[in-house]
Design a protein around this ligand. Structure first.
Ligand SMILES: Cc1cc2nc3c(=O)[nH]c(=O)nc-3n(C[C@H](O)[C@H](O)[C@H](O)COP(=O)(O)O)c2cc1C
Length: 203
């Protein structure tokens, strides 16, 4: 399957941190026909799980084990930078800052249906899905590793919120879904358990 190299992102708009926090809220209504810019998606993904310049990561992780993965479901008018990014499901590869194509169909409505039919989600041009592969952390911390993975997903999701609002976008957060139905829709590695779905787009 193909990979897409993510472009350099910009972060040159000064904003007070408290102003950003005052903006953050859960968005449940989106402009369906307004795509994200690929540079903005690149920035949001980096803030979610990217590598810092010194080789560390932008979020903390118990034991530095990084048990999470980030996927992006993109609609037909999902992401644009010159050409539209093809519809599909992509896996974010933080070490290469690239997207790997997993599927080429639009699965947003199926994700919304699996999320207890929260159909507002499907209006968003893109959805970011955070998954955990527990073996990557429970081999060291046993049962406790599971809660560490949940906590890490909290760090990732707040970064996604703040970077989206910093780019003038809005986003939502969904934890209410049927685990089996969502896994079936995503069709990703069986060990990757979905924890959160975050629709992203212009409010
Ligand atoms: C773990 C988690 C799961 C959530 N799941 C849903 C959800 O399934 N659907 C939804 O509409 N909002 C969901 N929310 C968003 C909350 O309803 C929202 O954050 C809360 O009402 C506070 O509003 P605010 O985010 O606008 O400040 C979830 C939030 C968290 C942290």
């Amino acid at each position: 399957m193909e990979t897409i190299k993510l472009p350099e992102y910009e972060d040159n708009k000064p904003i007070y941190f408290k102003e950003l926090l005052n903006k953050r809220h859960t968005v449940r209504s989106y402009q369906k026909n307004r795509p994200l810019n690929l540079r903005d998606l690149s920035y949001i993904l980096w803030t979610a799980y990217g590598f810092r310049k010194d080789g560390g990561r932008v979020v903390p992780s118990a034991g530095g084990l990084y048990p999470l993965d980030i996927y992006i479901a993109c609609g037909q008018i999902g992401v644009k930078e010159g050409e539209n990014m093809p519809t599909g499901l992509y896996h974010y590869l933080p070490d290469r800052h690239q997207l790997k194509t997993i599927k080429t169909n639009d699965i947003r409505r199926d994700i919304a249906r699996a999320s207890l039919s929260q159909m507002w989600m499907a209006e968003a041009p893109c959805m970011i899905i955070i998954t955990a592969e527990y073996e990557r952390i429970t081999f060291k911390y046993r049962e406790r590793g599971i809660r560490y993975a949940f906590m890490e997903a909290g760090n990732v999701s707040q970064n996604i919120f703040l970077s989206s609002f910093n780019k003038g976008l809005g986003c939502g957060i969904v934890g209410a879904f049927d685990d089996y139905a969502l896994k079936a829709v995503l069709g990703i590695k069986k060990s990757h358990e979905p924890l959160l779905v975050m629709p992203v787009g212009y409010k």
